[in-house]
Design a protein around this ligand. Structure first.
Ligand SMILES: *Cc1c(COP(=O)(O)O)cnc(C)c1O
Length: 419
C-alpha cells in the first residue's frame, strides 16, 4: 500500500487536533524544494520563473515564493490585486487573462506587465495606453494538455491570439504605436522534452516577426506525477533542448532572449494534502460497492469529478489491521458526481481503492491536493464552509494560514427583502 508524501500518522493526529477536518496541509519543505528546482531551470541568457498563482493563491504561498525569488503570473486583474495585497511588488507580476479589465492602463501604470491574449485585448490596451510595451500570448496551433479540459493550445482552444492572425496583430500594433517586448505561449506541454523543443521552436518563429521582443515566455504545464505509476517532468530534461534553441537563435539572429516559465502545478501539486475523516460508510451489497463517505468532497477537491484526476488516498485506522478492502471514496455533497475515486479517464466511472478496513471517524489523507484544489472547487455547495488551510513548518510545526469559514460568511452578502 502507498505511503503518504509528508503527512505521517503522527502529523495527521496533530493536524486534526490543531484544525480539525477537512483541512488542507501545505508542506513548507516541499514548496521550497520545488521552488529551488524551478529557479534552476536550464537557460542561456537569463530566466524569470513565475508562479502561476491561480493554482494556489494563499498569501503565505505567494510570500514564501516571493522571498525565494520567484515572480508571478496572474490570470485575472483580481489576482493581480490579490498578489499586491499579499505584499508582492507590481513589477514582479505579469497578467495573462481571458478577461482584461477596461482599466488596463491603470495596471500598466502600476508596473504590471500585460500579455494581450486576444486581438480585442490589444485594441483595449492600445486605446487605454497607446505607445505601451506589451507582451502577446499566441496560440501557436499546437496543444498538448492531458485531457480536453486541460488542453490550452490548438484549434479547439480559445486561449491566446490565433497564430494565423499575425498580419492583423501587426496592423493593430502599428495603429496604437505599441511595442511588443514579449511573446508568450502556454500550451500545457507536459513532460516530453521533444514537445518542449517543438513549442520553443514554434514560439521562436513568432519572435522573429517582432524585432523588439526581449523575452519569450513558454508558460507552464509541467506534468506532475501524483500517483505512483504516473510520470512527472524532469525540468533539467525538458529545459535543455529549450536552452539549445535559445543559443541557436542567438547565433542566427544576434538576439539573446531571456526565458520566462510559469509553472503552477509543478510548484504546489504535491506540496499539499487534504486531511479528512471517514464520516460515514455504507455498502450496496454483494454485487455493489463498499463506500467511504469523507467529510470533504467536490467542495474541496473538484479535480476527480472534472478530469477523472487520480489522487493517492492513505488511511490511518485507529484500530490497526492487516485486512484490506476495495473501497469507493465519495465526497459529502448530495451529488452522485461527488466521487473521489473515479476510474482513470472516466469521471463518471466508479473506481475503487484498496485501503485498510477502516471505521467511521478514522483519518484519511488525500495527496497531490496543492494545485487547483483549494483554489478551484464548488466552494459552499450544500453550504459546506470553506476548509481550513495549515502550513507544516520546517520543524514540523503547524500554523493556520486560513481559518475555517464561518457559516454566516457564506450568506453575508444576501439581502433580505420585504416579502
Ligand atoms: C494556468 C496557467 C499556467 C500554469 O499551468 P500549470 O499547468 O499549473 O503549470 C501558466 N501560464 C498560464 C498563462 C496559465 O493560464
Amino acid at each position: 500500500m502507498i505511503q503518504a508524501r509528508f503527512i505521517t500518522e503522527e502529523t495527521a493526529i496533530r493536524v486534526n487536533e490543531h484544525a480539525g477536518t477537512p483541512t488542507y496541509v501545505y508542506d513548507q519543505k516541499s514548496l521550497k524544494k520545488n521552488a529551488e528546482e524551478v529557479l534552476h531551470f536550464p537557460n542561456a541568457f537569463g530566466l524569470t520563473p513565475r508562479f502561476a498563482m491561480k493554482a494556489a493563491p494563499n498569501a503565505n504561498i505567494l510570500r514564501l515564493f516571493d522571498k525565494m525569488g520567484l515572480s508571478f503570473d496572474a490570470s485575472s486583474a483580481f489576482e493581480v490585486k490579490r498578489a499586491m495585497a499579499a505584499g508582492i511588488s507590481p513589477s514582479k507580476i505579469s497578467l495573462s487573462s481571458q478577461e482584461l479589465p477596461e482599466d488596463a492602463g491603470a495596471l500598466l501604470e502600476l508596473g504590471i506587465e500585460i500579455n494581450a491574449c486576444s486581438l480585442n485585448q490589444i485594441i483595449k490596451i492600445g486605446k487605454a495606453a497607446p505607445g505601451s510595451k506589451i507582451g502577446l500570448r499566441f496560440n501557436p496551433g499546437l496543444g498538448s494538455g492531458g485531457t480536453n479540459k486541460t488542453n490550452v493550445g490548438g484549434p479547439s482552444s480559445s486561449f491566446g491570439i490565433w497564430h494565423e492572425d499575425l498580419l492583423k496583430v501587426q496592423d493593430t500594433i502599428a495603429q496604437y504605436h505599441l511595442k511588443v517586448i514579449r511573446i508568450h505561449t502556454h500550451i500545457g506541454s507536459g513532460s516530453d522534452p521533444s514537445v518542449w523543443q517543438k513549442v520553443s521552436n514554434m514560439s521562436l518563429d513568432l519572435v522573429r516577426k517582432f524585432p523588439d521582443v526581449i523575452a519569450l515566455n513558454l508558460g507552464g504545464g509541467y506534468k506532475v506525477a501524483r500517483m505512483p505509476d504516473e510520470i512527472g517532468t524532469d525540468l533539467q530534461k525538458v529545459g535543455s533542448p529549450v536552452k539549445e534553441a535559445f543559443i541557436s537563435f542567438k547565433e542566427e539572429t544576434g538576439r539573446a532572449l531571456s526565458l520566462e516559465i510559469e509553472p503552477g502545478s509543478y510548484l504546489v501539486a504535491n506540496a499539499c494534502s487534504i486531511l479528512t475523516k471517514a464520516q460515514d460508510m455504507t455498502s450496496t451489497g454483494e454485487s455493489g460497492f463498499d463506500f467511504i463517505k469523507a467529510d470533504m468532497g467536490m467542495t474541496d477537491l473538484l479535480r476527480p469529478s472534472l478530469y477523472a484526476a487520480q489522487h493517492p488516498i492513505i488511511a490511518y485506522p485507529r484500530q490497526k489491521t492487516e485486512k484490506t478492502k476495495n473501497f469507493v471514496v465519495v465526497g459529502h455533497c448530495c451529488e452522485s458526481g461527488d466521487l473521489v475515486t473515479p476510474l482513470p479517464d472516466d469521471p463518471e466511472g466508479i473506481g475503487t481503492r484498496e485501503l485498510p478496513e477502516i471505521e467511521i471517524n478514522d483519518l484519511l489523507v488525500i495527496d497531490g491536493a496543492g494545485a487547483y484544489c483549494s483554489a478551484m472547487s464548488t466552494k459552499n455547495y450544500n453550504s459546506f464552509p470553506e476548509a481550513a488551510e495549515v502550513m507544516l513548518g520546517l520543524e514540523g510545526e503547524i500554523q493556520t494560514i486560513r481559518k475555517r469559514q464561518k457559516l454566516e460568511d457564506i450568506y453575508k452578502n444576501e439581502i433580505q427583502i420585504e416579502l
